[in-house]
Design a protein around this ligand. Structure first.
Ligand SMILES: N#Cc1ccc(Nc2nc(N)cc(-n3cnc(CCO)c3)n2)cc1
Length: 279
């Protein structure tokens, strides 16, 4: 198992001065190996915003240095700053927990459909995301039915690949076959995670299998268990089909979109609005 090496870079506020195109800061990185913590002083060179057009050569130089080593050559630990667009309302799981179930079913279905659409896009490009979850769905627009605006989500980067982190803490998002044989996993693993994310969306952003320790989580897969079904049977069916232990039985993204559309047209919410509150 890849040892769970956790890195944290803390950054001193004031800069130590300026390089030609960069600002430099003193920081420290903390590695945790076999449970013990090692602090290392680091120097962070950040490219000046005004020179952003020369970031290619900045990265080229840095990556060249990180590929060779010599006792008189400066060690480059990594090029580890990713700059993302700031998404206004942040991660969906936290948003749903804050909203405490006051989010209408139609809002949740809209978000589920948007995720199914981007899943379909990735499937057509033959790209496996590998880390679909509510915490990796970012809410760019809150959506307010009273003024007729709908939510808008953005799927975040997969982050560190599953193989690197201890996949156990990714249960029940990581597909079972990925734990079995990481090299065999393919498109279907994103369908499994889609099912888990659907479950999160309709359970107020609660983390599934919370409180289970890694051993118990492993048993959940060993015993081919399923997450507790939501009351809405059509939704439970869709989640169950996505979280099939046999990858070949999981629906295609087009199948998922079709089934979601049929959910939307069903008059579930009209039946008894009270019901949908806790769907
Ligand atoms: N209160 C608040 C609040 C917090 C954050 C954002 N915005 C934003 N933009 C991004 N590009 C990425 C993330 N982000 C959040 N959690 C993760 C890790 C899990 O994916 C990534 N958050 C907006 C509002």
């Amino acid at each position: 198992k890849a040892s769970h090496v956790q890195k944290k870079c803390s950054l001193q506020e004031e800069s130590l001065g300026r390089g030609s195109f960069t600002r430099i800061f003193k920081g420290s990185k903390t590695d945790i190996r076999e449970g013990e913590r090692q602090n290392t002083d680091v120097l962070l060179k950040v490219l000046d915003g005004s020179y952003k057009n020369c970031w290619e050569s900045f990265f080229e130089a840095a990556s060249l240095m990180s590929q060779i080593s010599h006792k008189h050559l400066l060690l480059v630990y990594g090029i580890n700053i990713m700059v993302q667009e700031f998404v206004k309302y942040g991660a969906l799981d936290l948003f749903l927990r804050k909203k405490q179930g006051s989010v209408p079913v139609s809002w949740k279905l809209d978000v589920a459909k948007q995720l199914a659409c981007v899943l379909n896009f990735l499937e057509e490009k033959k790209i496996v995301h590998g880390n679909i979850s509510a915490k990796n769905l970012l809410l760019a627009r809150e959506g307010d039915s009273s003024i007729g605006t709908s939510p808008f989500i953005k799927l975040s980067d997969p982050g560190i690949s599953v193989a690197v982190t201890v996949a156990l803490d990714r249960i029940p998002w990581v597909a079972p076959e990925v734990l079995e044989a990481p090299e065999t996993w393919g498109m279907e693993c994103d369908k499994w995670s889609f099912g888990t994310t659907l479950w999160e969306i309709f359970n107020g952003g609660k983390a599934p299998l919370q409180g289970l320790d890694p051993q118990q989580k492993l048993m959940f897969y060993e015993n081919h268990e399923q997450l507790p079904s939501p009351k809405w049977t059509e939704l439970a069916d869709l989640i169950g089909r996505c979280m099939e232990y046999d990858p070949a039985l999981r629906p295609s993204s087009r199948g998922i979109i079709r089934q979601l559309n049929s959910l939307i047209t069903s008059d579930y919410e009209l039946l008894d609005p009270g019901l949908s509150a806790h769907a």
